[in-house]
Design a protein around this ligand. Structure first.
Ligand code: C2E
Ligand code: MG
Ligand code: MG
Ligand code: MG
Length: 278
């Protein structure tokens, strides 16, 4: 009896595994097809001045629209892209698409608008990354001051010196750099100090705590004061409630992004939204 049960379990597990593997291969095939069929697109979410609500720029967020009309969030397919060599071509596509949109907006008078794009650690580590950045700036005819790269702490793991040097190189081109999701990974204060970025993003999970806790002495406040210590501009992500905006301002956070101000929107919707902001 026990043997049968055991064997049954073993079979169950291996079937389960191969199912997962097959599902992965199927998704990967679809992702490749989606990439070539241009079924990836960018949504733009406003970044605003917390005090005045003035729009400062936007973060470009990757979306995958499947053939049957579903929209797959990036957290579900970026890891897949990472494992399959698609990171670099997709990353370049993101850079150029966001760059063209930035140029489009600049030509319509939004010439101080900032466009932030997410860069994965694989893409960042690629030796061709900085040259590709330079080419994209030139080809899209955008001013580097209007472009921001969002990096996560994971870029620095095991490569602190080379990462710091690369960030310096990028900043010397005029591009700004933000540290995304700070405090959620293997953060170390000294790493943040060594990397020398322009902006610090307060992760959504810490912003969420603000109203739940009632008091304001959460991690958000620590991150914001750390930002001040290091002379960084802080931007809070995932701001959903007016109370959070108020508390963040009180803590000294300058900028914000979240559903309270605007959801991520496809280019045309975003442009309409922007025009309505006056
Ligand atoms: P992230 O860079 O931290 O982006 C912020 C995420 O928070 C986005 O999720 C955004 O839609 C969501 N968000 C913003 N405001 C609110 C809010 O008020 N409430 C809630 N509940 N959510 C909010 P999204 O678009 O699903 O992206 C998830 C992650 O995927 C991003 O986190 C980023 O790490 C990654 N990602 C997105 N686009 C790209 C890309 O082009 N390249 C790379 N490498 N990664 C990307
Ligand atoms: Mg980001
Ligand atoms: Mg973030
Ligand atoms: Mg986050």
């Amino acid at each position: 009896q026990a043997k049968v049960l055991k064997r049954g379990r073993a079979t169950f597990f291996s079937e389960d595994l191969s199912l997962a593997a097959r599902e992965r291969i199927r998704m990967l095939t679809e992702l490749r097809a989606a990439f070539s069929a241009e079924r990836l697109f960018l949504a733009y979410q406003p970044q605003v001045d917390l005090k005045t609500g003035r729009v400062l720029g936007a973060e470009a967020l990757l979306r995958w629209k499947t053939e049957d009309g579903r929209s797959i969030p990036p957290d579900q397919f970026i890891p897949l892209a990472e494992q399959s060599g698609l990171t670099v071509p997709i990353g370049e596509w993101v850079l150029r698409t966001a760059g063209r949109q930035l140029k489009h907006l600049a030509d319509r008078g939004y010439d101080r608008f900032r466009m932030a794009i997410n860069v994965s650690h694989t893409q960042f580590r690629e030796p061709g990354f900085v040259p590709a950045l330079g080419r994209a700036l030139r080809d899209c005819a955008i001013s580097p001051q209007q472009l921001e790269l969002e990096l996560t702490e994971s870029v620095a793991i095991g490569h602190i010196d080379s990462t710091a040097a690369k960030i310096q190189e990028i900043r010397s081109m005029g591009i700004t750099v933000a540290m995304d999701d700070f405090g959620t990974g293997y953060s170390s204060l000294s790493v943040l100090k060594q990397l020398n970025v322009d902006r610090l993003k307060v992760d959504r999970s810490f912003v969420q705590e603000i109203t739940e806790r009632g008091d304001a002495t959460g991690i958000a406040e620590l991150v914001i004061s750390l930002g001040h210590q290091l002379n960084l501009v802080t931007i809070a992500e995932g701001v959903e409630a007016e109370e959070q905006r108020r508390q963040l301002l009180r803590m000294g956070c300058q900028e914000g992004q979240g559903f309270l101000f605007g959801r991520p929107m496809p280019a045309a919707d975003f442009e309409r939204w922007l025009a309505g902001q006056g």
